[in-house]
Design a binder for this molecule. Structure first.
Ligand SMILES: [Zn+2]
Length: 295
């Protein structure tokens, strides 16, 4: 809980007392009904302070579970999914929630636009695709009788909406890839989905947020001594640690989550890595066409 100061009182709950569940009328001992899971409500939980505490917890995801999950995500990739798949769920945030929190932060502070490419990136930085994209945009401007500025604004809004949706599809693509590479009767679709959600949470939080933030601070810090390290923020330089971390995650996921031997983990991780980079390329191109079609 984030707001422990509301809970200074020691636990006076009587765990030995036999109770009748208000919900299913089953007799049980303890704080929760062991048939339906209903919680025993004590008088002090109905106070105004308890209400405030609940309210604050409902609006903050920066509670113990969030931090614990992120810590595990960073320090031991694949462990969070393994623990959840093995049935230890209470200590952690739900994987889907973690993914959407990562998503939320990414769109809040977009250091890099790899998932929500700007019209500028689409029409200038993407080689062959950019030439076609530029021609399409020019045609659209004439057809719609709008200025570049107006079109850009509409494009940005629609592209942001769509990329949030398409990110879910990226997770599903990776789920299918994991399933194909690690097919076994013991692993269900849900398990492959877990590790794929963990991968994208890691990628969004670590590679797209924490790492660029650290590098940005570093560049700013050395600039005060008159050094120019701006090159570190260039796509071609920045992608080196990012690709390294992606590969690192995928290898650790094979070792920890799928319990593969290293000589299987490495080639499988390389295949996943290759398919991931290809999917991202395809995703960015698709995002352009779908955005233009749907504005
Ligand atoms: Zn019950």
């Amino acid at each position: 809980m984030a707001f422990e100061f509301f809970r200074r009182k020691p636990d006076t709950f009587d765990y030995e007392e036999s109770r009748i569940c208000k919900c299913c009328h089953h007799a049980f001992k303890g704080r929760y009904c062991n048939i339906c899971g209903e919680k025993v409500v004590e008088p002090n939980e109905r106070t105004f302070l308890a209400f405030l505490d609940n309210l604050l917890n409902a609006f903050t995801f920066l509670d113990g579970k969030f931090l614990k999950s992120v810590k595990l995500l960073i320090t031991r990739p694949g462990r969070l999914s393994r623990n959840i798949a093995d049935g230890s769920r209470i200590p952690y945030m739900k994987m889907v929630s973690l993914f959407f929190v990562a998503n939320f932060f990414y769109f809040l502070v977009p250091f890099f636009d790899s998932f929500n490419s700007s019209l500028y990136s689409q029409t200038t930085l993407m080689g062959e695709h950019s030439i076609r994209a530029k021609a399409i945009v020019d045609k659209e401007l004439v057809k719609r009788q709008v200025t570049m500025e107006e079109f850009k604004e509409k494009y940005r809004a629609q592209s942001t909406n769509l990329s949030k949706l398409l990110l879910v599809i990226l997770v599903l693509v990776m789920t299918v890839t994991h399933m194909a590479l690690n097919y076994s009767k013991e692993n269900y679709f849900f398990d492959h989905l877990l590790i794929s959600l963990e991968f994208y949470s890691f990628h969004l939080l670590v590679n797209m947020l924490i790492l660029p933030a650290i590098i940005l601070l570093l560049v700013k810090a050395v600039a005060t001594w008159g050094w120019d390290w701006n090159n570190l923020l260039q796509d071609s330089v920045f992608s080196i640690p990012v690709y390294g971390l992606i590969l690192y995650f995928l290898i650790r996921a094979q070792l920890t989550f799928y319990k593969q031997k290293w000589y299987w983990a490495i080639p499988k991780a390389i295949i996943l890595f290759y398919l991931f980079t290809e999917t991202i390329q395809l995703y960015r191109k698709m995002l352009f066409y779908i955005t233009v079609w749907t504005i």
